[in-house]
Write a protein that binds this ligand. Structure first.
Ligand code: CO8
Length: 266
C-alpha cells in the first residue's frame, strides 16, 4: 500500500493522515478518554469535511486510542449547562451531525470504550471494525440523561428494539464479541491488527469508483431512513445514474475484455 502520509500537529484534538487513498482521523484527547466536547467535535467536523472534499481520498477511517475510541460527551463541559445554553447554541445539530453530510464511506476502527456519544459516533459511521478490547455502551441513564446524539434512533435500527431497549435502559456494556453477534459491528479483529485491518478494508473500498461508492452509501442509508418504496425509488435512480458514469462503462468493458479496470472516479 502506498503510505504517502501527511500528519497534522501532535497537539491537535484530532490528528489527520493520508495513507494511499485513505484519510485517517484520530481522536486525540487521550487523558479524557477522548470525551467529546465542542472543540473536539468542531475539529472532527472540519477534518471530515476536508477529507470529503479531497479528491485524493476515497475512504475515511475514524479511530481513537487503545484505551478509548471515545468515552462519550464531555460530562465536565455539560454539567454546568442550562437548557437555554444548549438550545441557543444548538450544540447537537451544530457539530454532532456533520458526519451525516459526508458522502464518502467512513469506517470506524474501535478499540477500548465506545460509550455514550462515543458509541453514537461509531454508529454514525458506515462500517464498524472492533478490536477484541472494544466495549460498547449507552450509559447515559446513569446520569439521568439519554443517548441524545442519535443513539435512540440508530441503535434500534442496528440491533432491533429489544436489544436497544436493554442497552439504553439498563446501561449494560457489550463486549466486542457480543456487539458482533448483535450486528452492531461488522467485524472483530485481533487487538494489535485493528489499524492494519481498517486500512486494508478502507484501501480496498477506496480503490473502487468513488461515485459508485457514494451511490451505494446513499442507497443503503435510504433503507435505514425511509420506506421500502422510497428506498427502491432512490436505488433505481442511482442505478440509472451509473450509466452516466465513465467508471461504470470502464468496469463493464474491463470485465468483458478480461482486464483490470482503471477507475478515474468520474
Ligand atoms: N466526560 C469527561 N471526562 C471523562 C469522561 C466523559 N464522558 N469519561 C472519562 N473521563 C475522564 C475521567 O474523568 C478521568 O479524568 P481524570 O483523570 O481527570 O479524573 C479520565 O477521563 C479517565 O477516566 P477514568 O479514570 O474514569 O477511567 P476508567 O478506566 O476507570 O473508566 C470509563 C473508564 C468506564 C469509560 C469511565 O471513565 C466512565 O464511565 N466514563 C463516563 C462514560 C459515560 O457516562 N459516557 C456517557 C456520557 S453522556 C453522553 O455521551 C451523552 C451523549 C449525548 C450528546 C449530548 C450532547 C449535549
Amino acid at each position: 500500500m502506498n503510505r504517502d502520509t501527511r500528519s497534522s500537529g501532535l497537539d491537535s484534538l484530532v490528528l489527520t493522515q493520508v495513507i494511499g487513498r485513505v484519510g485517517v482521523i484520530t481522536l486525540n484527547r487521550p487523558h479524557q478518554l477522548n470525551a467529546l466536547d465542542d472543540a473536539l467535535m468542531d475539529a472532527l467536523g472540519e477534518a471530515l469535511l476536508h477529507f470529503d472534499a479531497d479528491d485524493r481520498v476515497g475512504t475515511i477511517v475514524l479511530t481513537g486510542g487503545p484505551k478509548a475510541f471515545a468515552a462519550g460527551a464531555d460530562i465536565t463541559a455539560m454539567a454546568g449547562w442550562s437548557y437555554m445554553d444548549v438550545d441557543r447554541t444548538q450544540f447537537i445539530t451544530r457539530n454532532w451531525e456533520t458526519i451525516r453530510r459526508v458522502r464518502k464511506p467512513v469506517v470506524a476502527a474501535v478499540a477500548g470504550v465506545a460509550m455514550g456519544g462515543g458509541c453514537e459516533l461509531a454508529l454514525a459511521c458506515d462500517i464498524i471494525l472492533a478490536a477484541e478490547s472494544a466495549r460498547f455502551a449507552l450509559p447515559e441513564v446513569k446520569l439521568a440523561m439519554l443517548p441524545g446524539a442519535g443513539g435512540t434512533q440508530r441503535l434500534p435500527r442496528a440491533v432491533g428494539k429489544a436489544k436497544a431497549m436493554d442497552m439504553c435502559l439498563s446501561a449494560r456494556t457489550l463486549s466486542a464479541v457480543e456487539a458482533d453477534r448483535y450486528g452492531l459491528v461488522s467485524r472483530v479483529v485481533e487487538e494489535g491488527r485493528l489499524m492494519d485491518e481498517a486500512l486494508t478494508l478502507a484501501g480496498t473500498i477506496a480503490d473502487y469508483s468513488l461515485p459508485a461508492l457514494m451511490a451505494i452509501k446513499d442507497s443503503v442509508n435510504r433503507a435505514y431512513e425511509s420506506s421500502l418504496t422510497e428506498g427502491i425509488a432512490c436505488e433505481r435512480r442511482q442505478l440509472y445514474g451509473r450509466f452516466a458514469s465513465e467508471d461504470a462503462h470502464e468496469g463493464m468493458n474491463a470485465f468483458l475484455a478480461k482486464r483490470k479496470p482503471v477507475f478515474r472516479h468520474r
